[in-house]
Write a protein that binds this ligand. Structure first.
Ligand code: SAM
Ligand code: 2KA
Ligand code: SF4
Ligand code: MG
Length: 210
């Protein structure tokens, strides 16, 4: 199978429990909750996306003929040292493309594999760090993992129900849009009210990282 990747880059994980960690990001093209076209945003299930995941034309992107080619390209972004190799598979929705071959190829290159997923598809069982970010109006089937990262506020989200899901960490991430200041305040209020949750902010945006 070949894989469509929008972009690939070395940066620091900006969000969540691993914020600050050196990571290669592989952004897969395509999503099942939005076409990625602005004219479709208002009618999409997920309407607040901050990411361009359309096509394969970004820096480091392309069509990769097989999983080994993809993992080798990521290893080149990381550099020769194999210590603490960390790849974040994101998108778009990465589970539309991730298969056994990708997981095996990244493990063969000594990567610990993290995923950022909307949870509407079951996550591959051998991924090492599972971050699920549920979207109101979607059916989330992946209700276990390492971190549940809820973008906040999201009308139509039952936060009490989410608290019964099987995650090690529960995080609230303020929605980045024109109301960012109010969204920060709403997320802080929610963490103060519900100690199960902690705040995560998108540090890469503050720092000017990709
Ligand atoms: C672009 S998504 C790609 C992975 C996957 N499709 C998902 O939604 O989890 C990566 C992360 O960014 C978050 N995100 C997207 N748009 C955002 C926004 N406007 N403000 C805050 N977080 C956002 C998502 O919820 C997700 O946790
Ligand atoms: N630095 C950085 N950290 C991130 N964490 C999750 C991201 C994503 O878009 O999935 C992301 C991203 O795009 N950049
Ligand atoms: S599910 Fe993820 S990639 Fe898809 S539109 Fe929403 S935030 Fe963007
Ligand atoms: Mg991002």
């Amino acid at each position: 199978m070949s894989y469509a990747v929008k972009e690939m880059f070395l940066t620091l994980q900006g969000e969540g429990v691993h914020a600050g960690r050196r990571a290669v990001f592989v952004r897969f093209a395509g999503c099942n909750l939005w076409s990625g076209r602005e004219q479709d945003r208002a009618s999409a299930i997920c309407q607040f996306c901050d990411t361009d995941f359309v096509g394969t034309d970004g820096l480091g992107g392309g069509k990769f003929a097989d999983a080994a080619a993809l993992a080798t390209a990521a290893a080149e972004f990381w550099g020769e040292a194999v210590e603490r190799r960390f790849v974040v598979l994101t998108g778009g929705e990465p589970m539309l493309q991730i298969d056994d071959a990708i997981v095996d190829a990244f493990h063969a290159e000594s990567f610990e594999i993290a995923i950022e997923s909307n949870g509407t598809l079951p996550v591959h069982p051998r991924i090492d760090w599972v971050c699920i970010s549920p979207k109101a109006g979607s059916q989330v089937v992946q209700r276990s993992g390492d971190e549940l990262k809820l973008v906040w506020p999201q009308a139509g989200t039952d936060i009490t129900a989410l608290e019964t899901w099987d995650f090690a960490h529960f995080l609230l991430q303020p929605m980045d849009n024109a109301q960012a200041q109010a969204n920060h305040a709403a997320a802080i209020d929610m963490v103060l009210a519900r100690p199960k949750w902690r705040l995560t902010i998108q540090t890469h945006k503050l720092l000017g990282l990709r």
